[in-house]
Design a protein around this ligand. Structure first.
Ligand code: PLP
Length: 285
């Protein structure tokens, strides 16, 4: 039986209870984080912890034990016997339980904090062969920088893409490609790497940040500028990235084949560099 973390306790999954009046359930008034465990260490846990705290602060959810994020994540791995496995840890905090009304509970209530760990290996087929992604107008709000669990605007387009046989959906806002439903996107043109700048239109991905850093320290020019959707036919390569999938080549975007339809040399090089960084255990070396 899986052991989960709920409001200060590690308990068997089937004993976890959350109220129907929880604001995460009623409103999606809630934020989350996902980290990856590589059989002995987390990759760049400090950046995930910092992003979790930022999401808490931006949504004004007060969790007095926010400094325990790293320690609880590690305990979840060990309570579930995943120490030597590849796994992911999911962590969520909602504004807590209160009668339904938009205003924050007054006086404030404790947040509901939930975490679980699950065995998870990399989808090597997708990383090696690449995937197709579907492009669609971005229906989301203008605070995509907050990692909220209110994901209906990601889920609906993702399901549409999934039904059409695509592995991810990427969004277009004001004519420019922003990011995927659960990934950031990079393009390669004339040996330079392009990705949307960090602002409210995208989530500041931890994988994105580490890719930018390894690219720059290995002489690859990185331009943090959004790519216009109508420039996609002129791109040599494209890739999507996130914590659980690392780097996945995007070999087709909607009806457009990218490059020759196989993973390109810059993407493959970045995959190797990211793997080396992950294996070194320290993104800040
Ligand atoms: N953008 C969105 C909307 C996401 O949900 C995610 C991850 O799930 C990412 C980007 C990639 O972020 P990270 O590399 O930190 O996993």
């Amino acid at each position: 039986m899986d052991v989960v973390y709920l409001n200060g306790q590690f308990i068997p999954w089937d004993q976890a209870r959350i109220s129907p009046d929880d604001r995460g359930f009623l409103f999606g008034d809630s934020i989350y984080e996902v980290t990856r465990w590589y059989g002995g260490y987390f990759f760049d846990l400090p950046s995930h912890a910092a992003r979790f705290r930022r999401s808490l602060h931006e949504t004004r959810i007060i969790w007095e034990e926010e400094s325990r994020f790293e320690e609880i994540s590690e305990e979840l791995i060990h309570h579930n016997g995943l120490g030597t496995e590849c796994a992911m840890v999911y962590f969520q905090a909602t504004r807590g339980v209160a009668p339904r009304t938009h205003a924050f509970p007054d006086p404030p209530v404790k947040p509901t904090v939930y975490g679980f760990a699950r065995r998870q290996s990399l989808n090597t087929l997708a990383s090696e062969r690449g995937v197709g992604i579907w492009l669609t107008p971005d229906p989301r709000w203008n605070r995509c920088d907050i990692k909220t669990t209110a994901l209906i605007a990601n889920i609906l387009p993702y399901q549409e893409a999934h039904d059409k046989g695509f592995a991810e959906v990427c969004f277009v806002r004001n004519g420019f490609v922003t990011e995927g439903a659960h990934s950031n996107i990079f393009f390669v043109r004339d040996e330079s790497l392009y990705t949307h700048p960090e602002n409210n239109d995208i989530l500041a991905g931890i994988t994105r940040k580490n890719i930018i850093s390894i690219a720059r320290s290995n002489g690859i020019n990185v331009i943090e500028e959004a790519v216009a959707a109508d420039m996609i036919p002129y791109m040599n390569e494209a890739l999507i990235c996130n914590t659980t999938g690392e780097i996945v080549p995007a070999t087709r975007i909607s009806d457009q084949v990218i490059g020759d339809g196989t993973p390109g040399p810059v993407t493959k090089r970045l995959q190797i560099l990211l793997r080396e960084l992950i294996q070194s255990g320290d993104p800040h070396r």
